[in-house]
Write a protein that binds this ligand. Sequence first.
Ligand code: FES
Ligand code: FES
Length: 152
Amino acid sequence: MKISLTVNGEPREADVWEGESLLFALRERLELPGSKNACEQGECGSCSVLLDGTLVCACLVLAVQAEGHEVVTVEGLARDGALHPVQEAFVEAGAGQCGFCTPGLVVATAALLERSPNPGEDEIREALSGNLCRCTGYQKIFDAVRLAAERA
Ligand code: FES
Ligand code: FES
């Protein structure tokens, strides 16, 4: 079946099957591989995208549920070739980790700062609690969130 949606500000269409996830549609139909598939169970946050401005795990959303809605992926954060402030902060703070967790962390941070421009420590930790890294630490990530908030 065909779905129409807005992705990163552009009208897009995709041929999907009824049980297909939004994550699969983004990666395999719409050539947007930035959102990663690390667990496909809603556990890791590597597939985080914004659906009508709300942070969701794209692996838990059916592609057909996005029909008529607006999706922003990590590819859509940069504007006119310039990194999003959150992306800049991740680079400067040395918070860029592997390609699986980093896109989701960046999208989750952008969503946090959109709704709460000056988050407290607990708020930051709560907001990123759904984004798992299995191998390093979170200190530089928290540094990056604070840096992005300071500049916002
Ligand atoms: S791939 Fe969606 S939460 Fe892990
Ligand atoms: S999962 Fe990406 S660095 Fe640990």
